[in-house]
Design a binder for this molecule. Structure first.
Ligand code: DGJ
Length: 734
């Protein structure tokens, strides 16, 4: 049993040989956390790692090994996991252990996305009840350990069991204490068009926070936090990854105490949050995922990739090969009609593309981003016969048809806004900020969710639509729930998010055959919460191959390639004006869910031939690209080149990419050491034909220990490879 309870010492040990979490009921009945991290022998006791009794602890040491749910009143002045105001206004809690239940499997979280199991044997869960008898608060801490993953998930359910009203001010999904520093924090931050750039720095005494107060996880910070030992790299060293299965306001924070211990917490952002629990009511936090490894950052990514691809993403499309698509956005933007789209579709089909996606502009009177969001009816000026004949004609060309939609928004210039101005989020009597000429609909109102379900379902049922790109292009600036009472406004952001999840749940359940891709102006809501509904996301609006290196590199720390939309676009690139070779653009986009974002009518015959070859190549290796093990080899940070690879499940096939950013004269000899191969196998190493060179045979051991030679010149011509050049090798065993 991967969760054991020792009666004599009152210890709970979650263990699977990959990691351990040891908790103990202390002498004063508080729940202490004795150890998290390296796997320990489940037969032994670890009671000596913690004190007997925590009460009055602050008088003795300032940063004791922690409690499982640190709260005010424990004498622990570090960042709390739980702050609840009782009927008397006090936030002091005395959370004593009452009971626990160990069960096979993993219960779902009500109304929230979460990881899951397909058979009870895949995971074991313990629910631990803690109670504060004075306020009537019951905390049920839920911990799941997966069978063969170095992963524990954690969430809390808070119940008001007394007669008085409780107000939750802080309810973090996870809080853990690491007794010995130092640690470095690795996070993923950015902005629109440059999401998820990695940044790493040593933790110092005090706090370091990442978070969002935008009503979405945002382009600015990913809802994850890695703690690494100094010197830990892709393959060596101890580290933790904390990741939150949530898409709204979040906080991921680490605090180093005066004696060097580190507390890491992740969950709903407490700023502006206040949730009232009437007697009998319950509140559930989102789920936190905790991964541990001493095999470096790559092992943490392996763990998250497997879990998120296999047991967070769900539905028909979870395991299906994702189609190569062409999206109309950068090709024609708003400027299209039925005839133009058919011409585009014909040119698209001719390339071997499998899915033709009509992006923004097909509804209301949407000729620009100034109007019509909310009016989900076909613009008959552009598409006089509607979507059905267009989809049918696209299908007759051998492709499926996909559509863009942005359900959560409304344009002030729309019929919906004229009819329901109160459905747009804003504080009555105060001006509303417009961003991209649009407002956010108040999804904390059930009638808005009902309306959107019906409106979107009408569209999706009106034609043969096989794919939906669900966009969300602005954040919430004046939070206010139109149907919430003044004292419940602190619930608004989370209630809005719950409404969004409900809408996603209903539509993905009603249309199980549709492949959903989430998008938020690119990667503004690319997070584990969304992955539970949409197995892929548009990684960034920046389609420049060189910019994408850092964006995809950063995103790959948490997210599997099967979730990362990556498209080849036209040059000069629309975001940065850079001109890169077509082969390089494809080489970068292959390492994701591959597609194109250009007008196929405008490309030359030579480009057409090259694109056909790219698509054939991707389709041939799609399974490895989308489901293989991704390994980061050379970081784009501070270097002139980048390398990464993906290895098929049986290690018989691998695909390696090396992208030169800037060429330098007289470069030193360079070898790229590969990883993840079978050391006993001999690989045929074949450069991808479009990018030059001859095939050779090399042992897996040699390729990993010595590496693959990176000649600075192009073998056939002897010319220097130049800026923005790329090479791909296909490795196959006999
Ligand atoms: C933002 C998305 O990220 C783009 O790809 C495109 O769909 C536009 N919105 C359309 O308005």
């Amino acid at each position: 049993m991967p969760i054991t309870w020792q009666d004599a010492t009152r210890e709970l040990h979650l263990h699977n040989g990959r990691l351990s979490l040891v908790l103990a009921v202390l002498e004063n009945d508080w729940l202490g956390q004795l150890h998290v991290g390296a796997p320990l022998d489940p037969a032994a006791s670890y009671r000596h790692l913690g004190p007997a009794d925590f009460r009055g602890f602050s008088n003795r040491v300032d940063d004791p090994i922690g409690l499982a749910v640190p709260a005010p009143g424990s004498g622990d002045f570090r960042i709390p996991a739980l702050v609840v105001e009782g009927p008397d206004g006090a936030t002091v809690l005395d959370l004593v252990y009452e009971d626990h239940r160990i069960m096979a499997g993993k219960p779902a979280l009500e109304g929230l996305p979460s990881t899951y199991v397909e058979a009870p044997s895949e995971a074991t869960t313990v629910e631990i009840d803690l109670a504060d008898r004075i306020s009537g608060l019951r905390v049920t801490l839920s911990l799941t350990i997966f069978e063969d993953r170095p992963i524990i998930t954690r969430s809390m359910r808070l119940t008001s069991t007394g007669d008085g009203r409780l107000v939750i001010r802080t309810a973090m999904s996870s809080s853990i204490d690491l007794p010995d520093g130092p640690w470095e924090l690795l996070g993923f931050s950015g902005a629109w068009a440059r999401e998820r750039h990695p940044h790493r720095a040593p933790l110092q005494p005090g706090r370091r926070s990442l978070g969002s107060l935008r009503g979405a996880t945002g382009h600015q910070q990913d809802p994850s936090l890695f703690l690494l030992r100094p010197g830990a790299d892709e393959v060596h060293g101890e580290g933790f990854a904390f990741s939150l299965v949530y898409s709204g306001n979040f906080l991921a924070e680490a605090e180093v105490g005066p004696r060097g211990s580190t507390r890491a917490r992740i969950g709903l952002h407490p700023d502006g949050f206040a949730w009232t629990l009437e007697p009998g009511a319950t509140f559930t936090t989102p789920e936190a995922v905790i991964a541990w490894s001493d095999g470096g950052i790559g092992a943490l990514s392996d763990a998250l990739h497997g879990l998120y691809r296999e047991r967070l993403a769900r539905g028909t499309w979870r395991d299906r090969p994702r189609p190569v698509l062409l999206n109309s956005w950068e090709g024609v933007y708003f400027d299209f009609d039925h005839r133009r789209l058919l011409e585009m579709a014909r040119a698209t089909a001719d390339l071997g593309i499998e899915l033709f996606v009509l992006d923004d502009g097909w509804f209301g009177e949407r000729d620009s981003d100034t109007s019509s969001l909310g009016d989900w009816v076909v613009d008959r000026r552009k598409l006089p016969d509607g979507l059905a004949p267009l989809a049918a004609e696209v299908e007759a060309m051998g492709m499926s048809f996909g559509l863009w939609i942005e359900p959560e928004m409304v344009s002030p210039r729309s019929r919906l806004f004229a009819e329901h101005p109160d459905w747009a989020i804003g504080v009555p009597g105060r001006p509303r900020t417009e961003s991209r000429q649009q407002l956010v609909l108040d999804l904390s109102r059930p009638e808005v969710v009902d309306h959107l379900e019906a409106a979107v379902a009408d569209v999706l049922g009106s034609a043969s639509i096989r794919y939906v790109k669900w966009d969300m292009n602005r954040n919430i600036t004046e939070p206010y729930g139109g149907s919430l009472s003044p004292e419940r406004q602190g619930e608004f952001f989370h209630r809005h998010m719950l409404g969004a999840y409900e809408l996603w749940r209903r539509l993905t359940t009603r249309f199980p055959e549709i492949l959903f891709e989430s998008c938020a102006g690119g990667g503004g809501r690319f997070d584990p919460g969304m992955l539970a509904y949409a197995p892929q996301a548009w990684t960034s609006d920046d389609t420049d191959a060189i910019e994408r290196l850092t964006i995809q590199w950063g995103a790959s720390h948490v997210y599997p390639l099967s979730s990362m939309g990556a498209h080849v676009s036209a040059v000069p690139n629309h975001q940065v004006g850079r001109v890169t070779p077509l082969g390089t653009r494809a080489a970068v986009a292959f390492f994701g869910v591959f597609g194109y974002e250009l007008d196929p009518r405008t490309i030359s015959d030579g480009e057409r031939t090259e694109i056909r070859a790219q698509i054939a190549f991707y389709r041939e290796h799609r399974d490895v690209f989308q489901r293989g093990r991704f390994l980061r080899l050379r970081s784009p940070l501070g270097r002139d080149d980048v390398a990464w690879m993906v290895v098929g499940p049986d290690r018989r096939t691998a695909l390696v990419a090396h992208i030169r950013i800037l060429a330098r004269p007289v470069p030193p000899p360079d070898r790229l050491r590969l990883r993840g191969l079978d050391p006993d196998a001999t690989y045929r190493v074949e450069p991808w034909p479009g990018l030059g060179g001859d095939a050779v045979r090399r042992g897996g051991d040699l390729l990993m220990a010595v590496g693959l030679g990176l000649e600075p010149e192009d073998p056939p011509t002897g010319a220097p490879r130049g800026d923005f050049s790329a090479r791909i090798w296909v490795l196959t065993t006999d």
